[in-house]
Design a protein around this ligand. Structure first.
Ligand SMILES: *Cc1c(COP(=O)(O)O)cnc(C)c1O
Length: 428
């Protein structure tokens, strides 16, 4: 199961860092002295490259005014497609299948509005009860546009242990009354990777469309969305992809669906050559661009140019490999040093099933997180009782993993968390 040798010393952590072929990327990021940032799965850090591309966009506004739409190094009119092409390498798609647009939540609404077409008895949408709340609320509200009693048209996948799904749990929900399935690529708490390829095949065999929320899988694991034949996918770019708070999100629509009418249209759904004809009815783009709505949020798009350039230089294959090593190393150290403190490790131990973070639960989790923060470690707390720890490949080191485990051990040995209330903060 483990791919690495293990040795519990600090020297070994230094040895792993020395042999890390992504180590130079760390210098590209703004890390705060005295802080160990293990929260890149919630908000990735600013890189110098992302900062530069944002400043460049401001400068193009300064210099060109309205002509920035077509002039300058990165004309704004084509920027969503340009960033989409950068994203396509990360998710295994064709450039014309990916666009940077909207937000995760907005893109999910767009996908349901576009692809949920209940017919006869086939009216249900399958979602999983462990999914991030926004996904559940979006699905529920979309169903509310069709039906008064939405619960009759939702099928929840239930987890037997509150952390994971078996393949059978999910396939059992693919009954003949199901029209559409929306699932995460990686579960946001336990970090379990779902087998997107197999699930897509299972869904299609039953005549069901399937889409994935990649918020926790994009940038942490590899995807082949096109070859897997996934119908659609959407994700945020501010977590593992370091696009900045509120960064414009990602959207994938498989080319076989090109031409499908967008459920929520706007003038940016247009064929670009026709957009400024100002016709009264839409002539839609014949690629993923059709699922945009209005003017892109350029200031939240620009950092992605630099952030993704850097990301693609490292390459998702190398990033995934180091990410697995970092989290595996954490688990090995956890087993060695933290076995006695009533933590439970509720993420997959098998590397192939674990996304980019480690998940621990403990009845004092909220205040253990506060004690970690007081010691300069940034994890995140997830209700009801979880601690997510995300050492990320581009800017974290093995020594930081080692250090965090030692700090956590001190916090537990000396009960330092008892100084804090066991309640979450307003933003956790
Ligand atoms: C972070 C996250 C979101 C966030 O959605 P926004 O529209 O960006 O607020 C949605 N779904 C999942 C699974 C997430 O992890």
């Amino acid at each position: 199961m483990f791919i690495m040798e293990f040795n519990p010393t600090r020297e070994y952590a230094a040895f792993l860092d020395k042999n890390d072929d992504l180590k130079e990327f760390r210098e590209q990021f703004y890390l705060q002295p005295g802080t160990i940032y293990f929260d890149g799965n919630s908000l990735g850090l600013l890189s110098k490259r992302a900062e530069a591309s944002l400043l460049k966009l401001l400068d193009s506004w300064k210099q060109h005014g309205i002509d920035g739409w077509t002039q300058g190094e990165h004309p704004w009119f084509f920027l969503s497609e340009q960033v989409g092409a950068q994203l396509s390498k990360i998710v295994g798609a064709k450039p014309e299948e990916v666009i940077a647009t909207g937000s995760t939540t907005v893109n999910l609404h767009q996908m349901i509005a576009t692809f949920y077409k209940p017919t006869g008895k086939k009216t249900k949408i399958v979602i999983d009860e462990l999914n991030f709340p926004t996904d559940l609320y979006a699905v529920q509200s979309q169903l509310g546009l069709h039906y008064e009693n939405i619960e009759e048209h939702i099928q929840y996948i239930r987890s037997q242990d509150g952390h994971y799904y078996t393949h059978e749990d999910i396939v059992a929900a693919m009954t003949e009354d199901v029209a559409l399935i929306v699932l995460p690529g990686v579960l946001y708490r336990s970090g379990q990777i779902l087998d997107m390829k197999a699930l897509t095949k299972d869904a299609h065999q039953r005549g069901i469309l399937i889409g994935f929320d990649l918020c926790h899988s994009v940038g942490s694991v590899e995807h082949s969305l096109h070859d897997w034949d996934v119908d659609f996918a959407f994700w945020c770019n501010y977590k593992h992809l370091n696009g900045g708070p509120g960064a414009v999100a990602g959207l994938f629509v498989h080319e076989k669906h090109f031409g499908t009418k967008p459920g929520l249209a706007g003038w940016f759904s247009s064929d670009k050559a026709k957009q400024f004809d100002m016709e009264t009815s839409l002539i839609q783009a014949q690629n993923v661009s059709a699922y945009q709505m209005g003017t892109p949020h350029l200031l939240s798009l620009a950092p992605l140019l630099g952030a993704l350039e850097l990301f693609n230089e490292a390459g998702i294959t190398r990033i995934r490999e180091k990410s697995m090593q970092l989290t595996e190393y954490f688990i090995q150290l956890y087993n060695y040093y933290l076995g006695d403190y009533d933590f439970a490790l509720n993420c997959p131990v098998n590397n192939d099933l674990r996304g980019g973070h480690v998940y621990l639960t403990h009845s004092d989790s909220a205040r253990i997180c506060k004690a970690l923060k007081a010691k300069g470690v940034v994890p995140d707390f997830r209700a009801p009782n979880g601690i997510r720890i995300a050492p990320v490949a581009l800017y974290n080191s093995f020594e930081e993993v080692y250090e965090v485990v030692q700090i956590l051990k001190t916090i537990m040995d000396e009960k330092l968390y008892e100084q804090f209330k066991n309640e979450r903060e307003i933003v956790a």
